[in-house]
Design a protein around this ligand. Sequence first.
Ligand SMILES: NC(=O)c1ccc[n+]([C@@H]2O[C@H](COP(=O)([O-])OP(=O)(O)OC[C@H]3O[C@@H](n4cnc5c(N)ncnc54)[C@H](O)[C@@H]3O)[C@@H](O)[C@H]2O)c1
Length: 403
Amino acid sequence: MSRLNNNFYTGFFKSDHLSEKDKYLFSKKSPKYKFNIIGAGMIGQEHIMVTMLEGRAGINGIFDLSEDSINNTCRFFREEYPDEKELKVYDTLENACHDPEVDGLIICTPNFTHIDIVKEAVKSGKHILLEKPMATTLGDAWEIKEMAKDYQSVFQIGLQYRHKPIYTEAIHEMLERKSAGDIKSISIVEHRVPFLDKVNQWNKFTEYSGGTFIEKCCHYFDLLNLFAQSKPEKVYATGGMDVNYKDFEYEGNKSNIIDNAMVNILYENGIKTQFNLCMFAPMFYEEIMVCGDKGRLKAYENENFLPLNHNNSYLEILSGEDGAAKTTNPCYPTVIQESGHSGGTYYEHKHFIDNMEGNHKPTASVEEGFWSIVVGEAAEHSIKTGEVISINKMLEQDIYSKV
Ligand SMILES: NC(=O)c1ccc[n+]([C@@H]2O[C@H](COP(=O)([O-])OP(=O)(O)OC[C@H]3O[C@@H](n4cnc5c(N)ncnc54)[C@H](O)[C@@H]3O)[C@@H](O)[C@H]2O)c1
């Protein structure tokens, strides 16, 4: 019998009264691997928490350009994990990437920095988990895809929404069990509060984030690509900057990101899809509807800040006279669910480490990261030009004719 994952069961059982000699189930496992965090901001801290919870890896150190972020993350680490060795603070990116003590690099810096950081990181040959979006432009995303092509270690993109409980279950039902038959159309909704504050407010500017479709919606374009099991053919988007940050300026620059949109994507296999974004809604609400020739799946995740007793997640599959219906509330154990992004980040890590160990687990590949940027870039173009964007033409013009 394997021992319990101490970190996972903390809070459920008490073991402090036991001497080390009497601990078998609760004996502390030493992590086999060490990770470095590049960019110790909001998601950097989530990666630290999830690494520590998962337990097979520990955090060796961090590299960041901001003194505040470094101090904040070191303090957080000390307070949360008082028994752990202090975090090493690297003075250069090179030192953080090439420390022989370390097995994996988790890149969590703002989007526009990813390309240069990846160029250094790949020289290390270490396992890489690169936050989404992999880049801010199609050209940079292509370059990263090329760098990753023959990479010998794991190179994963942080598109972890597919590991949230509602999508994990929807993938199982729609793609593995084919509960609704052949998929014909897919719709995804994201309604949420505005972009949050960031270090130097990089997410308010298209130049630094790639724009809303790339920065945020890459998650949903990844999901549409995944559920459609095909390549996007045409993209048409409408949208605008109608409510949020219209008067926002930072160091003399005016914010320029859209806050609501409708995107239609037609896939090469004929599947029709739609994405609906509103970033001035008082909630975090995500919904997916998948219609097949034998039924329909609907699932949602909902945090609306109200003191009402309601389920935060729901999934239904209705098949009419063709079969049994199912309604359920997908979730993970509380400690995982609450560790970030409904537990999606935890399973992203679990799969990352499984892949490091040669136990193949499906996660977002660099190729899939690239295709999420393709849709995002096409949607940005479509809003600017008012035209339907042909993906083949866009790739021919922006990528294939230049390589
Ligand atoms: N997968 C997800 O669900 C998810 C969620 C949030 C953020 N992200 C992504 O993670 C990345 C970071 O986002 P965040 O919310 O943590 O931002 P943040 O602003 O909170 O943190 C970014 C950190 O990177 C540091 N930094 C900036 N340039 C750097 C450089 N060149 N080298 C080292 N450090 C540098 C900043 O000082 C800051 O501490 C972005 O790519 C973002 O899109 C992903």
